[in-house]
Design a protein around this ligand. Structure first.
Ligand SMILES: C[S@@+](CC[C@H](N)C(=O)[O-])C[C@H]1O[C@@H](n2cnc3c(N)ncnc32)[C@H](O)[C@@H]1O
Length: 208
C-alpha cells in the first residue's frame, strides 16, 4: 500500500501511468476518463456547486470543475499532489490530511452540493471505507450527492475474474469496491446506485 511518500514520488508520472493503463484497457485504470467524465457531467448540471474532492491527486477532475466556476475544497495526504493540484487551482482550499483518521474538524461544519472521490477510497479497508463514507452525510446539502469513481465491480465474482486476468500486477494491498456489498453496508444511510463504466471501473452515486 502506498503511503504519502509513495504518492509524492508517483505524483510527477501519475497522469502518464494512468493513461498507459487506460489506453490498453487494463486494470487498474481501464475506463478512467469515462469514470471522471461521468462525474463531471453530473456536477455540471448545476452552476457554481460547492465541491469537496477527497484524494484529488493531480486534480484531473476538479481542475475542470474549477475552470467552470465551481468552488473546490479538497483533502489529500501527499504534499506533491497538493502542489500540482494547487498550481492548477490557485483559489481552491486544499488541505493536507490523512483520511484514515476520518474528516478534519475544520471541515465538519462545511456543506457541499457534491462530494467526489476518484481512485482514492480503495486505499481504505472495507470497514474503514463504510465508516468514512457514512461520516460524509452531514456535509451534504439537502440535495447534495456523493460521487465515487473507482476500481469497482458488481460482484465479488467479477472482481475475482479481473484479479485472475491481471494476477501478474494485481495489487493485493488495495480494497476495491464491490457494488452489492457496499450497497448492503450503506443501505440504511444512502440510496446508492452503481454505474459500471469498464471491466474494472465504475461510478457510485449516493443520495440521502
Ligand atoms: C490514485 S490517486 C487518485 C487521484 C485522483 N483522484 C484521480 O482520480 O486521478 C489517489 C490519491 O489519493 C491520495 N490518498 C491515498 N490515500 C490517502 C489517505 N489515506 N488520505 C488522504 N489522501 C490519500 C493520494 O495521495 C493520491 O493523491
Amino acid at each position: 500500500m502506498l503511503n504519502e511518500q509513495g504518492f509524492n514520488l508517483w505524483a510527477n508520472d501519475y497522469d502518464q501511468t494512468v493513461q498507459l493503463s487506460e489506453d490498453n484497457n487494463l486494470y487498474p485504470f481501464a475506463g478512467y476518463k469515462n469514470v471522471l467524465n461521468t462525474i463531471f457531467k453530473e456536477i455540471m448540471q448545476n452552476k457554481q456547486s460547492n465541491v469537496l474532492d477527497i484524494g484529488f491527486g493531480t486534480a484531473v477532475l476538479t481542475s475542470q470543475l474549477y475552470e467552470n466556476g465551481h468552488r473546490i475544497d479538497g483533502l489529500d495526504f501527499s504534499t506533491r499532489m497538493i502542489a500540482i493540484a494547487q498550481s492548477k487551482m490557485p483559489l481552491a482550499n486544499l488541505m493536507e490530511w490523512d483520511i484514515s483518521k476520518g474528516l478534519p474538524d475544520s471541515f465538519k461544519d462545511n456543506k457541499y452540493d457534491a462530494i467526489v472521490s476518484t481512485y482514492a477510497l480503495h486505499h481504505l479497508a472495507d470497514e474503514e471505507k463504510v465508516t468514512f463514507i457514512k461520516s460524509l452525510l452531514p456535509l451534504l446539502t439537502v440535495n447534495g450527492k456523493i460521487f465515487i469513481g473507482d476500481i469497482a465491480f458488481r460482484t465479488r465474482w467479477e472482481l475475482e475474474v479481473c484479479r485472475n486476468a491481471s494476477i501478474d500486477y494485481w495489487d493485493e494491498d488495495e480494497f476495491y469496491f464491490v457494488s452489492n456489498e457496499i450497497n448492503a453496508s450503506l443501505k440504511n444511510v444512502y440510496t446508492c446506485k452503481f454505474h459500471p463504466v469498464s471491466h474494472c471501473g465504475g461510478v457510485f452515486m449516493l443520495t440521502r
